[in-house]
Design a protein around this ligand. Structure first.
Ligand code: ZN
Length: 295
């Protein structure tokens, strides 16, 4: 089944709803990062939060989500484009705490309960939009909920979930965001809160084969929802030899000279997709020339 995101409006425009199925996207990212189950859940949840948020952007717009907590996973970074292209990385993919008191992967433990969730949106303006909130639980869904309420002044409910197979591969991943728009009635809010409380975990719904549309109608009631559009979501890394070359240039001539004289070449691995790029001596000399011309 293909991954995609669906956008809807509900309750006569009082509510915005977006849901996605992202099993393949998360599976691919986790495979490339070599994450153990709890890190897979943390990375997958963050990627889906980023992808949900990016689905609200247009054209070539993109955003970066950074979760810097005090837990053993270190930093989680996700880049998500309006096109649906999403990638992510974690500092330490090999974390394996015990299950939490509900018998679930203890994402909060690996992320930590202190730190920040920040978002940088590049929406074609001179300065990017940036927002940052403290981590509230480390469960990530709650943290995105808090981000929307406090940094974007939009009361929201975010659910993101990843189920992991016994062989540690990703079995199912999905997410949603429900947002109250200005003028939402008290009765609507009460009903939505009740419905969200009665909804099973999102990753379970995806595992059962529910589509993003069915997830939204389950959350909001079929009669209340109007679907607007669907878009693909997928893993894609934007790295290339040219970009890595530019990164090497930015290290400056001294560093590049050392690569040439000490190692007679350079090998770099992309943190996001684990693709490796090698530069032979003559290529490094060309980069060195460029670095020198930029001094
Ligand atoms: Zn890459």
């Amino acid at each position: 089944m293909k991954d995609y995101v669906v956008k809807a409006t509900a309750y006569d425009g009082e509510v915005r709803a977006i849901a996605l199925r992202a099993t393949e996207m998360v599976k691919e990212a986790c495979k490339r990062q070599g994450t153990w189950p709890t890190a897979s859940a943390a990375l997958g949840r963050t990627m889906m939060g980023g992808a949900l948020m990016a689905s609200m952007l247009k054209g070539k717009d993109k955003l970066t989500v950074r979760i810097q907590g005090n837990g053993p996973i270190g930093e989680i970074i996700v880049d998500a484009h309006a096109s649906g292209a999403t990638r992510g990385t974690v500092t330490n993919p090999h974390v394996s705490p015990e299950l939490n008191s509900q018998g679930k992967l203890d994402v909060a433990r690996v992320v930590g309960n202190e730190g920040t969730l920040s978002v940088v949106k590049d929406i074609g303006m001179k300065e990017p939009f940036t927002g940052s909130v403290p981590i509230v639980s480390g469960e990530i869904g709650d943290d995105f909920t808090y981000y929307f309420a406090n940094s974007e002044q939009t009361p929201s409910s975010v659910g993101v979930g990843v189920l992991v197979n016994p062989d540690e591969s990703v079995l199912a991943a999905g997410g949603f965001v429900i947002q109250l728009l200005p003028g939402a009635k008290e009765a609507t809010i009460t009903e939505i809160e009740r419905r969200i409380g009665e909804t099973p975990p999102i990753s379970k719904l995806v595992e059962q084969g529910k589509t993003p549309e069915e997830i939204i109608t389950g959350l909001l009631g079929e009669e209340n929802v109007k679907f607007l559009e669907t878009k693909p979501v997928f893993f894609e890394c934007t790295c290339s030899k040219e970009r890595i070359g530019n990164a090497i240039i930015s290290l400056g001539p001294k560093e590049i000279e050392a690569m040439i004289t000490e190692d007679a070449g350079a090998e770099t691995v992309c943190h996001f997709c684990n693709e490796s790029y090698s530069f032979i001596e003559t290529e490094l000399e060309a980069l060195l020339e460029e670095a020198e011309s930029k001094r």
